[in-house]
Ligand binder design. Sequence first.
Ligand code: FE2
Ligand code: FE2
Length: 160
Amino acid sequence: MERVNRICEHPVWKWHMERLAEYEKDRIFCRHGMEHLLDVARIAYIENLENNRGISKEIIYGAALLHDIGRYLQYTEGIPHEKAGEELALEILKDSGFSEEEQEEILEAVSRHRDKDTKDSSQLAGLIYRADKQSRICCFCSAEPECNWSEEKKNRQIRV
Ligand SMILES: [Fe+2]
Ligand SMILES: [Fe+2]
């Protein structure tokens, strides 16, 4: 998992994560810090194991760590974060030693993690899409009544 750790040591990743943490400090809704990213990685990896998808752990963790990296630019510049994130992720992945094929797979997951057409995909993008939604524990969230997530997305019960 050396390359995964290189992502977290990358100055661009660190800069965006730090700005994002500051920006979301008082946010009552779901935040997008390290806890969320690792929740997504672990949930996606569990689905990968349970369904024998055969996707590598490094690719899953790489995609999870990068999927929300464009959030700060969404807040400050209005760029949808899956688009802003795709650009940032490319630079980080190149510097972290991922092959072109791996970069492509991860970038697809980053850019499509909010795309409903990805919802049922058995590919990495589908795994990240579902893990992202499942990571939120709406039934224990005090901001849930004000949250704009659709009923379909909200986790009203613990999913097993
Ligand atoms: Fe996101
Ligand atoms: Fe997310």
